[in-house]
Design a protein around this ligand. Structure first.
Ligand code: ADE
Length: 224
């Protein structure tokens, strides 16, 4: 998979893409990350990327030319073009699964007040990572990259498998414990120590549903 980031701040990505599982996915040649500073595609004298809004008002608007020119320069195969915006569809695990099957993903990351409306015609998806406003689309695109790349076959080892993730199963994960059996007076539940796998499975399922009911009843409504 090729992932392209159209951004004015490519330096923001260095630490995130070059650590842990995102780095490993790149080393295994499962993904390649491409950072494109679309300021380089501005045709104006001072590499302007934004301008005053027609009709007046506060704030600046991202110009269409640099973004369109940067897109034109990419060699893409059936891409998903994701415009990062708080007005977009809320990102979720289903969308991550769907994106993990793409050959090319382009993240368009705006800053400033907003996009010239014509930039929206480039996008196959307009996505928000939550009901709060960030200073730009870079952090959201990195969060989405993390959620997507770990789902690509071969990226996670068997031990790291995502099959039981919260949201893949539709319920939150059950509690986990490791050694020691007792820590600062807090004990591991007996059922996990008795080696009865049927009882352990039952306990985990009950805890999963209990936790989901308490914390995210909306997930159970979604499943009917
Ligand atoms: N850009 C600014 N805020 C955002 C958000 N919540 N989601 C996606 N992109 C954004």
């Amino acid at each position: 998979m090729n992932i392209h980031y159209l951004t004015l701040f490519p330096e923001m990505y260095e630490g995130v893409l070059n650590a842990s599982i995102l780095k490993r996915a790149q080393e295994k040649n499962i993904v390649a990350y491409h950072l494109v500073n679309f300021r380089d595609y501005s045709l104006s004298k001072h590499n302007k990327v934004d301008d005053y809004p027609y009709g007046g008002g506060a704030g600046m608007v991202l110009k269409p030319e640099p973004v369109f020119n940067a897109m034109d320069a990419l060699d893409l195969k059936n891409p998903r073009v994701v415009l990062m915006s708080p007005q977009g569809r809320p990102f979720d695990q289903k969308m991550a699964e769907s994106l993990s099957k793409a050959d090319d993903i382009v993240f368009i990351c705006g800053h400033y007040e907003g996009y010239d409306e014509r930039i929206r015609t480039l996008a196959t998806d307009e996505v928000s990572i939550g009901d709060y406003v960030l200073t730009g689309g870079e952090l959201p695109s990195m969060a989405m990259t993390d959620a997507v790349v770990r789902l690509i076959p071969g990226v996670l080892s068997r031990e790291e498998s995502h099959q039981k993730d919260s949201f893949s199963t539709g319920v939150l994960e059950h509690p986990h414990y490791t050694r020691p059996r007792e820590f600062r007076g807090m004990k591991v539940p007996d059922v996990l120590l008795n080696g009865n796998h049927r009882l352990i499975e039952e306990w985990r399922m009950e805890e999963s549903f209990k936790r989901t009911r308490e914390r995210r009843p909306d997930l159970l409504d979604d499943r009917n």
